[in-house]
Write a protein that binds this ligand. Structure first.
Ligand code: UGA
Length: 442
């Protein structure tokens, strides 16, 4: 099938590439000329495992192309996916101006002669956005155009987006017309996943409700981690003990510094806002946000308590990205943590395998040095803080780290190091929701 994807961000670019990979003809559209030119020359705007190779292969197979010409993409493709940003406003409501703008451009390109078109909302949007997109198209398009609007939310995780797209748990299609539903099911024929066929509003709600539930799970285990710290219990054992219950599951029960990224913080806020607008406020999600903020504050106060004064102390931080396997630092807790340490006068040296450039940009104005190497980062440091769950941090040679550091103190904000290894190497090991381990307590 011929598919157009408007917006070449994380969702648009990976979705378009994976559609091409399974055999569709895909044209990805973006209004950023420089980005489109770079993509045409094989340069990646983001780091995402396996994506670059897949783009190169599909471009040379003639199934994937990039353009700024939205109108011709709409004319050529029977299905047009909207995957543009939906950032939050100050009050938590969702900024739908990019969606509205693209809907108008699509409307301008539609004519009765080109035949039936489906416009699909892939971006995360509040419930009833699809109806508004339809109204915009109806208002601005020529009379007699034949169009349906569908919601088809995406559930990929950054860092494993290609895998998630090619192996989805489920595909959600929200359509109020059978013709649109049948065509959308053809798009997903090459994928072996259950298709959840629902109405437009339910599909839109599924996305907000899914992300908010995952954020709630993370905040739940983080709230439990605070209790574990007071009770002398171990949150990892608690998570294992409750996670083996299939109704609960161990996934997304990793205690840490809290959730970040471009999705959970925005979507929890967005869902709270929508629920309030509809008169059914989700107060529960306010607590999810509160716990998420408190998690970083508690961690900072533990570091403060240990070091007494942060001013002029050299603090090494491993991690800038909001999670492993990405260069994305949007709403990254690591960035928030570094900002706070800098504000209190600490000299921070940070390292991230992929997010050095994006991290440095996000930390402009802070007294922070970005190291090229994880071991150089810790040289002479008085404490090492692990802020992102990269695998290579978990595999670090802690004996070498100990030799390089000034004081033997680790604060593991993601519970990824082996506490016993840290203690064997001579460290005092602080983590989340677990007892502090010391060499003399071995
Ligand atoms: C999230 C959802 O997992 C995807 O299903 C969804 O499609 C996506 O948002 C979106 O709406 O586009 P993503 O933000 O890429 O994906 O990353 P996650 O793996 O969900 O991690 C989000 C944050 O939660 C990270 O900061 C991570 O460190 C944190 N996290 C995750 C925890 O603290 N504990 C966990 O157990 C899991």
């Amino acid at each position: 099938m011929n598919l157009a994807i408007i917006g070449t961000g994380y969702v648009g670019l990976t979705t378009g590439t994976c559609f091409a990979e399974v055999g569709h003809h895909v044209v990805c559209v973006d209004n950023d000329e420089a980005k489109v030119q770079a993509l045409q020359q094989g340069q990646m705007p983001i780091y995402e495992p396996d994506l670059e190779e897949m783009i190169v292969a599909n471009v040379s197979a003639g199934r994937l192309s990039f353009t700024t010409d939205l109108a011709s993409a709409v004319r050529e493709c029977e299905i047009v996916f909207i995957a543009v940003p939906t950032p939050p406003h100050e009050d938590g409501s969702v900024d739908l101006s990019y969606i509205e703008g693209v809907s108008r451009e699509i409307a301008d390109a539609l004519t009765p002669e080109i035949g039936y078109r489906i416009v699909v909302d892939k971006s995360t949007v509040p419930v009833s956005t699809g109806v508004k997109v339809y109204q915009v198209i109806e208002r601005y398009a020529n009379k007699g155009v034949d169009v349906d609007v569908v919601s088809n939310p995406e559930f990929l995780r950054e860092g494993c987006a290609v895998h998630d797209l090619l192996n989805p748990d489920r595909i959600v299609i929200g359509a109020d017309s059978q013709r649109a539903m049948d065509m959308m099911k053809r798009v997903y024929q090459p994928f072996s996943a259950p298709i959840v066929e629902v109405d437009l509003a339910s599909a839109e709600l599924i996305k907000h409700a899914a992300n908010s539930f995952l954020a709630l799970k993370i905040s739940y285990i983080n709230a439990v981690s605070a209790v574990c710290e007071k009770a002398g219990a171990d949150v990892e054992l608690v998570a294992m003990g409750i996670g083996l219950d299939k109704r609960i599951s161990r996934h997304f029960l990793n205690a840490g510094l809290g959730y970040g990224g471009s999705c959970f913080p925005k979507d929890v806020k967005g869902f709270i806002n929508v629920s309030e607008q509809l008169g059914a406020p989700l107060e529960l999600l306010r607590e999810v946000e509160r716990v998420n903020k408190a998690q970083l504050e508690r961690f900072l106060s533990r570091i403060r308590k240990k070091l007494w004064v942060l001013r002029k102390k050299k603090i090494a931080v491993w991690g800038l990205a909001f999670k492993q396997n990405t260069d994305d630092v949007r709403e990254s807790v690591a960035i928030k943590l570094i900002r706070r340490l800098c504000e209190e006068g600490a000299r921070v040296v940070a390292y991230d395998p992929k997010a050095a450039v994006t991290g440095a940009r996000a930390l402009e104005g802070c007294n922070v040095t970005i190291a090229d190497d994880m071991y150089e980062c810790v040289r002479d440091a008085e404490v090492l803080v692990v802020a992102t769950e990269w695998k290579q941090f978990a595999m670090a040679n802690l004996v070498k780290v100990r030799e390089l550091m000034r004081l033997p103190i680790i604060f593991d904000g993601r519970n990824i190091l082996h506490g016993d290894n840290a203690v064997h190497a001579g460290f005092e090991y602080h983590s989340i929701g677990r007892k502090t381990l010391r060499p003399d307590s071995e």
